[in-house]
Design a protein around this ligand. Sequence first.
Ligand code: PNS
Length: 173
Amino acid sequence: MATVICPGSFDPITKGHLDIITRASRLFDNVIALVAINANKKPSFSPEERAEMIRKATAHLPNVTADTYEGLLADYVREKGAIAIVKGLRAMSDFEYEFQMALTNKRLVPEADTIFLTTKAENMYLNSSLVKQVASFGGNISDFVPPEVLGDIRERLYRQKKEEKNQGEVTPK
Ligand code: PNS
């Protein structure tokens, strides 16, 4: 039974992520979509909220589960006996960073490989930060995120934006 890990921030899951997870689920027996910590990012959703959105979006894929982990991806991969880390590769701008991570993970867990699936052309420039920006201004994100999580994201980010605005407003004397 081949288990692979699809790690990411998933803050929130996009159609680009879902495409990669779906294709991995056709290639391997078990896929774990793992919400991991990216030290360079400040997330908008808690790890458990993000994992729950992944569960909703992948409910139709029986060999996909979602999990959260606060430590090193390499340790998780070893713990699960996974044979590979599967990641999506978008524009060339992803390449250097992804290559560095793949090489580092190879040193840390030599028994597993990193496999890159090229993103679909329509998801080439899609990323979670842009989705959050559009949603926070009340824009339409239905092309970018799975329908099952659309309401959760829209409601949450729009409310967050409104709260920030209210906090920033100075009450006139
Ligand atoms: O979706 P992202 O933000 O590009 O995903 C990056 C992520 C979370 C997969 C990466 O930061 C990661 O693996 N974090 C876990 C901690 C770790 O193992 N860091 C060393 C990576 S070589």
